[in-house]
Design a protein around this ligand. Structure first.
Ligand code: NAD
Length: 443
């Protein structure tokens, strides 16, 4: 069993550290942010991720959390870099946190391997290798070991990965990283460092391409009278294509897809190549979020003074991560149109990100007297949205199902107007509010 130092206590660092501890390794996780380390030292998690609390709790005796880089790096056989790589203003990946890890390294003996788990542009490994050499740290090995976990299923994804990608300059360093994972059952992909870096970027770009592709098919379905759910099922059963990432909706968001698409696009541009397909994927996704506003206008007319409930605020279910969540774009567009916006999410706390949005504690509170309820994130709680209680409490019983989670026929039968993505919508109707026993009034 090894001692592993992890730099970064975010989704990737904390999950990687906790899971390596579960595999029996001794792990020290270092972050620069006290708001990440202090809760961990006190036995709490700094963010929501299913199953993570149990894994951390079970392995407390093998897990240490610290602000001190020397505590994480000292005696470590592996130094995992799990820091953020957000976009710069130019759209390139910002590698300043990666460099800060190198700056923080204490003097090290032996041959620890610096393992890059953060998503970085192709060529980063070469640059880090040169920087280590220039600092007299030739004895530190280097490997790229990109991470493919998804928030919401991160523990399962680490423990049961589709593959483990390892690119190393020295095969022996790659062998050591491979051994670390020997109790996991997964194909190992060994490659050069640049190819390992590209595998991560290409995989994410392809997933986004599938999302934007099915969203465009959905938009055409709406115009020609087809149902994208049936289309996706029929397409996805083709063994050459498969069913994954063919769910039409209001577009992707999150901490990875948007910035990784931009980083790959700029990586190509910087090398003199115009990655047209990826540019289109990004543009389709931007437009897709805004189409919800047009759907609301179609039913409600001008949105000034209309009350819209955004249901689900995190960028996807089972996380409280709000980074690049479609709800942010939607809320700001609706507020700009003069709508009154309420928001509900079971775990996310958007704070300043949704300035001007009134946050409700329950779905019922969010939709009360609303002119429309928009499903933005497909939390399970929303599958029962089309109930008589909800209908009676809304000013206009209109549901815009931005994730196609509801059965349109059942929703219409329950007395709502329904708008999905890429499926037939209800005809425009008047919405008289039925006599409500609780208020005794109707509108
Ligand atoms: N979140 C995901 O679903 C996911 C999946 C696959 C890959 N990735 C990639 O993994 C990387 C990390 O993602 P994340 O979501 O965990 O990020 P995050 O922002 O949640 O966490 C990064 C952490 O690194 C810390 N940090 C910055 N400088 C540091 C330093 N010098 N030493 C120690 N800690 C430092 C930050 O304070 C922060 O807590 C990114 O490159 C991301 O693209 C993320």
């Amino acid at each position: 069993m090894s001692k592993i130092g992890i730099f970064g206590a975010g989704w990737v660092g904390l999950v990687t550290g906790a899971c390596f501890a579960e595999l029996g390794h001794t792990v020290v996780i270092r972050d620069v942010a006290t708001e990440r380390i202090e809760p961990l030292q006190q036995g709490d998690l700094p963010f929501y991720e299913p199953e993570l609390a149990d894994v951390v709790e079970r392995n407390r005796h093998r897990l240490t959390f610290t602000l001190d880089p020397a505590e994480a790096a000292g005696d470590a056989e592996f130094l995992y870099v799990c820091v953020g790589t957000p976009s710069t203003y130019s759209g390139d990946a910002n590698l300043s946190y990666v460099w800060s890890v190198l700056d923080d390294l204490p003097e090290l003996d032996g041959r620890p391997v610096l393992v890059m788990k953060s998503t970085v542009p192709v060529g980063t490994g070469e640059k880090v290798r040169s920087a280590l050499d220039a600092r007299g740290l030739e004895h530190i090995g280097y490997a790229s070991n990109p991470e493919f976990l998804s928030e919401g299923t991160a523990i399962r994804d680490f423990m049961h990965p589709d593959r483990i990608v390892i690119g190393a300059f020295e095969p022996a360093d790659g062998d050591r990283v491979e051994e670390l994972h020997e109790s996991l059952e997964a194909p190992i992909v060994r490659s050069d460092v640049g190819s390992a870096e590209m595998i991560k970027l290409a995989a994410n770009a392809f997933l986004m391409t599938r999302i934007s592709f099915i969203n465009e098919i959905a938009n055409v379905c709406e115009l020609v009278g087809a149902d994208v759910q049936e289309v996706a099922r029929g397409v996805g059963l083709d063994h050459r294509l498969g069913p994954h990432f063919l769910r039409a909706g209001i577009g992707y968001g999150g901490s990875c897809f948007p910035k990784d698409a931009s980083a790959l696009k700029q990586l190509a541009s910087n090398s003199g190549y115009h990655f047209q397909l990826l540019s289109a994927v990004i543009e389709v996704n931007e437009l897709q979020k805004r189409r919800v506003v047009a759907k609301l206008v179609k039913h409600l007319g001008k949105l000034r003074g209309k009350r819209v409930a955004l249901l689900g605020l995190a960028f996807k279910p089972n996380t409280d991560d709000m980074r690049e969540a479609p709800s942010i774009v939607l809320a700001s567009r609706l507020l700009a149109e003069g709508a009154e916006v309420r928001g509900w999410d079971p775990v996310a706390e958007p704070g300043e990100l949704l300035k001007g949005v009134e946050i409700s504690g329950t779905v019922a509170e969010a939709v009360k007297d609303a002119d429309a309820a928009v499903i933005v994130t497909e939390w399970d709680e929303l599958r029962a949205l089309a109930s008589p209680e909800i209908r009676n409490s809304m000013r206009t019983p209109l549901i815009v199902d931005g994730r196609n989670v509801l059965d349109p026929n059942a929703v219409r039968k329950a007395g709502f107007a329904y708008e999905g993505i890429g499926r037939a919508s209800s005809p425009l109707v008047d919405f008289p509010r039925p006599q409500s026993p609780s208020t005794g009034s109707s509108e």
